[in-house]
Design a protein around this ligand. Structure first.
Ligand code: BES
Ligand code: MN
Ligand code: ZN
Length: 500
């Protein structure tokens, strides 16, 4: 997808024109007036007839019947201009791209409200690339999309046909491309079926990303996982022929500096979660190909970090395994050691995520991070608590929680702080080992978080239960059904806040 700056009005030669407009600007929008004149008053008439007021998420589509170079024009409502920020611009641009896909348009012009200020241009450019995303690699013949968006032009009222971007605009476009590509990489990984995306393949992708962008990478195979003492990751991975992997990606800024912050990002990488011996019921089991969304987020985020080069050291740790029933699988009643040293009594082999994360967190702690952030599709209970679109957010430090939640807001991702209720810790007491890994059914997401907390030492820590928003069975604001790439934008916004 090529992105340029230039005109985006009644005479622009493209397949589809989309105009971003806020409620208070609708009546006096220059581009709307210009289009209305070209269409002999049909646009203002349609606005009136359809009672279009440019509310957030609203749109109005009109045929141009040969009066403009494009077949259709779409007005995209932004809501009240006082409330328009990056998330609104990003989502509206994504809707423009979705409309272009639906219209089989190869070129798209988008009219912005400003003269493409960087803080409007960047989310807009992210939005189109995210909205245009489709997972089509397994379609053949007629199912393959015949056209995709090749050219996007961002413009404003009375812009010249072609405009040379300023240095700042160039940077905004380059950053947007890196960010959107990374979110789409996360989506690709989440959507990829488990027969091809095995732990070994996930490690290969991490290595490819590292090679392409100059990151350091270490991969532990089963033998090395055992030798290192990651007994919990080994236990979970035992039941599958697709052997587990532990992946460690590192980004270090070029110039050495002592006071620089160090962030460890941990991701749950269950390439498939059948439940193991405590096997899941068939309906919905297929969705468990997405149980590596935390890992996919970590790979995507590192892909972006390597290009954005923030002044912070970032380590991504991925515990990848496949949870399967088998003669060699771990069982309920087993007791396993862990990298941390604590012993764990296994209650339910379907609570595998917290086990692989425990070893990854214990490894992360040794890197002496300023903050450790894990993402995991950890519990169905979190979906019950918060619905499908909001992640459960846990933190053991209020200031960190505030910074992270603020970053998530600018990223437009929904998360809700959950309590680490001490009274539920009781449920993790085992009669024969240091810990058991599940307690009561009630408070399931919190209990998962409390188990993880046992392995972080005194690190400042954020845990995100992304079981809901990582994979959706309906279209989302920024993309189609399936893997959403949730969490990458918030993490990058957090790094921004950390280095500001
Ligand atoms: N991967 C699942 C959680 C999940 C459920 C993610 C639905 C996305 C959608 C996790 O490994 C799991 O099976 N959790 C169990 C924990 C229970 C056995 C304590 C659950 O939520 O039922
Ligand atoms: Mn499970
Ligand atoms: Zn799982």
């Amino acid at each position: 997808m090529k992105i340029a700056l230039g005109s985006a009005g009644a005479h622009t030669e493209v397949d589809l024109l989309a105009v971003l407009v806020s409620e208070d600007e609708l009546a006096k929008n220059g581009t709307v007036d210009e289009l209305d004149a070209a269409l002999d008053g049909a646009l203002r008439r349609a606005i009136k007839d359809e009672e279009f007021t440019a509310k957030r998420e609203s749109s109005l589509t009109l045929q141009t019947l040969g009066r403009c170079p494009f077949r259709k024009v779409v007005l995209l409502g932004l809501g009240a201009s006082s409330k328009v920020g990056a998330p609104e611009i990003r989502a509206a641009a994504a809707r423009a791209a979705k409309a272009a896909n639906a219209e089989k348009a190869a070129s798209l012009a988008i009219t912005l409200r400003s003269k493409a200020d960087a803080d409007e241009l960047q989310p807009a450019a992210e939005g189109v690339a995210l909205g245009a995303y489709r997972f089509t690699k397994y379609f053949t013949g007629d199912r393959r999309p015949k056209k995709s968006i090749e050219r996007v032009q961002f413009g404003w009222y009375h812009a010249k046909d072609s405009v040379k971007p300023s240095a700042e605009q160039k940077r905004a476009l380059a950053q947007a491309e890196a960010v959107a590509q990374s979110v789409n990489l996360t989506r690709d990984l989440v959507n990829e079926p488990a027969n091809t995306l095995t732990p070994a393949r996930l490690a290969e992708v991490a290595v490819e990303v590292a090679k392409k962008h100059g990151l350091t990478v270490k991969v532990f195979d089963r033998e090395k996982i055992r030798a290192e003492g990651m007994q919990l990751l080994d236990a979970v991975g035992r039941g599958s022929r697709n052997e587990p992997r532990f992946i460690h990606l590192t980004y270090k800024p070029e110039k050495a500096r002592k006071s620089r912050k160090r962030v460890v990002l941990v991701g749950k990488g269950l390439t498939f979660d059948s439940g193991g011996l405590c096997i899941k019921p068939a309906p919905g089991m297929g969705e468990m190909k997405s149980d590596m969304a935390g890992a996919a987020l970590a790979v995507g985020a590192m892909n972006a970090v390597a290009q954005l080069k923030p002044d912070v050291e970032v380590h991504a740790l991925i515990a990848a395994a496949e949870n399967m029933p088998d003669g060699d699988a771990y069982r309920p009643g087993d007791v396993w050691g862990s990298l941390d040293g604590k012993t764990v009594e296994i209650i339910n082999t379907d609570a595998e995520g917290r086990l692989v994360l425990a070893d990854a967190l214990a490894y992360g702690r040794k890197l002496q991070p300023d903050v450790m952030i894990d993402h995991a599709t950890l519990t169905g209970a979190c979906l019950v608590a918060l619905g499908t679109q909001t992640a459960g957010f846990y933190a053991n430090d209020d200031e960190l929680a505030e910074t992270y939640l603020k970053a998530a807001k600018t990223a437009g991702e929904s998360m809700w702080r959950m309590p680490l209720l001490e009274e539920l810790r009781e449920g993790l007491k085992s009669d024969i080992a240091d810990l058991k890994h599940t307690g009561d059914r009630y408070g399931g997401s919190i209990i998962g978080a409390l188990f993880l907390r046992e392995f972080i030492g005194d690190a400042k820590w954020v845990h995100l239960d992304i079981a809901g928003p990582a994979f959706l069975d309906r279209v989302s604001a920024l993309g189609p059904k399936g893997g959403t790439g949730y969490g990458v934008l918030s993490f990058l916004a957090y790094l921004d806040a950390l280095t500001a």
